[in-house]
Every structure is written in C-alpha cells, then in structure tokens.
Design a protein around this ligand. Structure first.
Ligand code: RB5
Length: 142
C-alpha cells in the first residue's frame, strides 16, 4: 500500500515523528517541510490530488487539532477523511467508513498514541455490506 503524509506547521513535528517511526513503510512526504506557517486547505488539496492521481492509496493528514484539515479534505469529492481519537475510532474508520484519509492533531495528540492508531487502522479491514450502502449515500450527497 502506498501511503502519503502531509501536515501544516501545527502538524510538522508529529509528521516527522511518524516518518521516523515508519522507516520500514514507504511514506511519501507531501510537506510542509518546516514550522513556517502555511494554510491547511492548501495541504489538504495537495493530498487529495495525490490520491486522485493514484500516487497514494491512503493519506495521513495532520494540522494542529486535525479539525481544519479534516474540514478541508472532506469538502472534496470522493474523500472520506476520518479524524481519529482512539484505538476504537481507528479500527472503525476502516471497518465502517473505509476512510481514505486518516487525520490527527499535532498539538492535541501524543505521537505514541497516534502510532498505535495508525497501526490499528492499517490492520483493520473494511466490512462492506450495510456500510457500503451508507458510503454510496455519501457519494450521492457530493
Ligand atoms: C494553525 O495555527 C492551526 O489553526 C491549524 O493547524 C489547525 O489546528 C486548524 O484547524
């Protein structure tokens, strides 16, 4: 699986920590590359384009709280960005929502927790069935 990661300045440190931890997985880093202030909609847009180009199968997005960048990504057609906050929400974001972007807060979450959540998401499987009917309804709302 190809995974891309991107963050604004509020998520920069967490992005770097995840890259360091997952040195066995190819994580494509879409930026930002310093703590200089940037706008999270631009970062979300870059990730969406990467997924649409099939340059990644899954995105990891990070801003200060995870909220702004979730709002931005979820405005885009075909995107199901899930702001993860627990091990259970990580599993369910895959099992029920088949999220194509998982989102974290660089200022609100500890890196060791986020690593656990990423692992939980990656080892879960989409259940389909009644959940697919709901994802189909989401598409009709776009
Ligand atoms: C940037 O200061 C901050 O607003 C952003 O990272 C994010 O938390 C917005 O939701």
């Amino acid at each position: 699986m190809k995974i891309a990661i991107a963050a604004d300045h509020g998520g920069f440190n967490l992005k770097e920590a995840l890259k360091k931890h997952y040195d066995n997985i190819k994580l494509t880093d879409l930026g930002t590359f310093s703590q200089e202030s940037v706008d999270y909609p631009d970062i979300a847009q870059k990730m969406v384009q990467t997924l649409r180009n099939h340059d990644a199968d899954l995105g990891i997005l990070i801003c200060g709280t995870g909220i702004g960048i979730s709002i931005a990504a979820n405005r885009c057609k075909g995107i199901r960005a899930a702001l993860i906050y627990s091990e259970e929400s990580a599993r369910l974001a895959k099992q029920h929502n088949n999220a194509n972007i998982i989102v974290f807060g660089g200022r609100t979450m500890k890196s060791e927790d986020v690593i656990q959540y990423v692992d939980d998401f990656l080892t879960a499987s989409y259940e389909g069935g009644r959940h697919q009917k709901r994802l189909d309804k989401l598409e009709l709302m776009e």
